[in-house]
Design a protein around this ligand. Sequence first.
Ligand SMILES: *[C@@H]1O[C@H](CO)[C@@H](O)[C@H](O)[C@H]1NC(C)=O
Ligand SMILES: *[C@@H]1O[C@H](CO)[C@@H](O)[C@H](O)[C@H]1NC(C)=O
Ligand SMILES: *[C@@H]1O[C@H](CO)[C@@H](O)[C@H](O)[C@H]1NC(C)=O
Ligand SMILES: *[C@@H]1O[C@H](CO)[C@@H](O)[C@H](O)[C@H]1NC(C)=O
Length: 181
Amino acid sequence: MRVSACTVALTLAGSALADPTLQQMLGFLKQFNLDFSYPRNVEVAKSINYTGFSEDVVGRVDVTETFIGRELNTEAYTLSQYLFGLFAGLANSTTTPLLGVPINGTLVDLVAEKNLVIATTLREFNWTVAIVPTLWQLKFLFNDEGLVTQYDAILYRSSALFANIWPKVAKAVIKGTQPTS
Ligand SMILES: *[C@@H]1O[C@H](CO)[C@@H](O)[C@H](O)[C@H]1NC(C)=O
Ligand SMILES: *[C@@H]1O[C@H](CO)[C@@H](O)[C@H](O)[C@H]1NC(C)=O
Ligand SMILES: *[C@@H]1O[C@H](CO)[C@@H](O)[C@H](O)[C@H]1NC(C)=O
Ligand SMILES: *[C@@H]1O[C@H](CO)[C@@H](O)[C@H](O)[C@H]1NC(C)=O
């Protein structure tokens, strides 16, 4: 079923009683959206084990194949540290971040089918030198308890995005400009 963000409430009302329920999956998505935003992601990374993930979760963030895209091992604590810590760590860095810091996320499209959710989210990233909107596709596979067993995150048009933003970041670094607050 394909629903837009504004029809989510309606979909919830009419959802089936399957395991995991649509309520569980959308509840996770809503929480994840908050948890991934700075500064909450710093706390989540510190908590080590993300409560929304199953113990044997497998996941991947495909920012670019050449940059950080890689297969990860199956330990939940490593994964949540990776997923949240990757951006959270940079958020706390004193240098200009190469990957940017996730600020706020808005759901723009959602597909839910049995135990799979595919969400497209528009998310502002703070690169210190600029605030840039990014578009992500997030796929989550759930177990019967409503915990995520697999995820895959893809950043759309990352090459064009980085080609645009990295020169600005580099310029700021060369200038020796620390992030101005
Ligand atoms: C995280 O989970 C692992 C594996 O289940 C466990 O060994 C570890 O103690 C947990 N750490 C925290 C901080 O909860
Ligand atoms: C940032 O790092 C410093 C030094 O490691 C630490 O004291 C501080 O609590 C960190 N801030 C956040 C928001 O994690
Ligand atoms: C997200 O944050 C940016 C920068 O603070 C702001 O301009 C934008 O309006 C925010 N968007 C939403 C949906 O909150
Ligand atoms: C973006 O990051 C800079 C440097 O950390 C900070 O000063 C600024 O307040 C941030 N902007 C937003 C909208 O979060």
